[in-house]
Ligand binder design. Structure first.
Ligand code: BG6
Length: 486
């Protein structure tokens, strides 16, 4: 569906995110004929750079991230014609004149300011946009992560941005919500009658949510060393997945219906105690090892890494949701860099059968298990016990498999394509509300404080493994194991 006319302003327009994700995503929508010919993308950066040099930069840095099938000389020329480079110092109100000149004055146009900048700049940019009368009633602002580094800074961002933009104009990005399979989870839970009666403590034994990456920290060490896995992944992506798995059925797909339901989950998460802070959380840091047979250095040996860095590259924890639906069901969350595999998945394990009518005892019957694979190959599998063919009555686990790529031939959208389209259409459902962001930080705050004040270091794990031994032990204590570690 074609969008109405817009001016999209990308602060950090020459930066890494813009080149790797945002511009390729906009190109893909251009190639799909979603954009009107007049719509423009204004890339804002600090460096002085001619329009020609900027286009060269886009050719070198963004073009390689565009799917080859979508690249045609006509669309490329059309796309480049929409790009305008504006150099300004985001902290200097006086330098916004160049941006004002590039924007079209028509108040009816959709105007979006996308802040792909460090969060310390959010407040100043909003202030300066307002001071230069660049915020129209229909303007929207998109905030890229990291959305703060603790509760206080997240509150500050909300308050400062809130002075200029109303909540209904603020789009806080968590790109996991733009992933096809995450939205499919909504379809699975609320488009089928099958799961809802079973989706509760009476039938579910535990839930595991994993986002594992083979990659190390790459060239982002400066950012990563000050953040760590808890801030970089768990506080946002994993908690958002947890919310979608655990939330009550919202009354509709409208933004506040969904966001109210997610907020309720965040507010019902059991608070950590001094005991559970020690027992239920594992933090790790990778040492040298092998990933796909290639030897890789340990975290502290990465270029520019501090020798004694205590930054965690792995975190696993046990969470509980204190509601009638979920009380007593452990939710195990885990994420790490330099792991044995790259995957994101949610595993919902059902309880065992109460007794067996077969010669095989009930304990030998594997519990039913629903695996929702977010990446790399999106799909669902449900494991069931089935009879092995032939004589006798021997049961073995078998799988019902739904492969989204095989099932639907429609072209997929990258997460950023979907999210940018939603921003341009004014659709807020897949974006976090301010109170959600604060509730997520509030829950992780005691972990951050505890790590800050205790003098322990993260537990080492070999690159290419599934994390420290303590991660397996976290589930082992409850008689369980991570799915990959059977
Ligand atoms: C980002 C994190 O938000 O998500 C990165 O900052 C991480 O550290 C990335 O690599 C993972 O996203 P995806 O979509 O590749 O799973």
């Amino acid at each position: 569906m074609a969008l109405t006319d817009f001016d999209l302003v990308l602060f950090g327009g020459s930066g890494d995110l813009s080149m790797r994700k945002l511009l390729p995503a906009m190109y893909a929508r251009d190639a799909a004929n979603d954009l009107l010919a007049e719509s423009r993308i204004i890339c804002v950066g600090l460096e002085a750079c001619s329009q020609q040099d900027f286009l060269r930069m886009v050719e070198t840095n963004a073009k390689p991230h565009i799917k080859a099938a979508a690249l045609t000389p006509q669309v490329w020329a059309r796309f480049c014609a929409r790009l305008v480079y504006v150099s300004l110092n985001a902290t200097d109100a006086a330098s916004y004149g160049a941006l004002a000149a590039a924007l079209r004055p028509d108040q009816a146009l959709t105007r979006v300011y996308y802040l792909a900048t460090p969060p310390q700049l959010f407040a100043r940019i909003c202030e300066n946009l307002a001071a230069n009368q660049l915020v129209t009633p229909g303007s929207r602002v998109v905030l890229e992560k990291p959305l703060g580094r603790d509760l206080a800074s997240a509150r500050r961002i909300n308050a400062e941005v809130g002075k200029v933009f109303a909540e209904s104009q603020i789009y806080r990005i968590d790109h996991y919500l733009g992933k096809e399979t995450v939205q499919n989870l909504l379809a699975l839970r609320f488009g089928n009658i099958l799961f809802e009666p079973l989706w509760r403590r009476e039938w579910i034994s535990d839930v595991q949510i994993t986002i594992a990456e083979k990659l190390g920290v790459g060239n982002r060490l400066g950012y990563y060393d000050a953040s760590g896995a808890l801030r970089d992944m768990l506080q946002n992506h994993l908690l958002q997945l947890l919310c979608i798995v655990a939330m009550e059925p919202p009354t509709s797909i409208a933004p506040d219906a969904v966001r109210d339901a997610k907020l309720q989950v965040l507010r019902s998460l059991k608070k950590f105690t001094p005991t559970t802070l020690v027992q239920d959380i594992v933090r790790g840091q990778y040492r040298a090892g092998h990933v796909d047979g290639v030897s890789v250095p340990g975290y502290r040996d990465e270029p520019d890494a501090p020798d004694r860095s205590r930054t965690e590259t792995f975190v696993a924890l046990k969470a509980e949701i204190d509601t009638w639906r979920w009380a007593g069901v452990p939710f195990y969350l885990r994420t790490g860099k330099r792991m044995a595999d790259s995957l994101a998945e949610i595993v919902v394990r059902f309880k065992s059968i109460p007794s067996s009518i077969f010669a095989q005892p009930a304990a030998k019957s594997q519990a039913n298990c629903l695996v929702i694979r977010l990446q790399p190959d999106e799909g669902l599998s449900m494991n069931l016990m089935a009879k092995t063919p032939g004589d006798g009555m021997h049961l073995k686990p078998a799988e019902l498999e739904l492969d989204f790529r095989e099932q639907f031939s429609t072209p997929r959208m990258e997460a950023y394509e979907r999210l940018l389209l939603d921003v341009l259409r004014g659709q807020l459902t897949l974006f976090m509300r301010g109170d959600e962001l604060e509730a997520a930080w509030e829950w992780v705050a005691p972990i951050l404080d505890h790590w800050e004040n205790d003098h322990s270091t993260p537990q080492p794990y070999a690159a290419g493994s599934w994390g420290p031994a303590a991660s397996g032990a976290l589930l082992g204590r409850d008689g369980l194991h991570w799915r990959e570690e059977t």
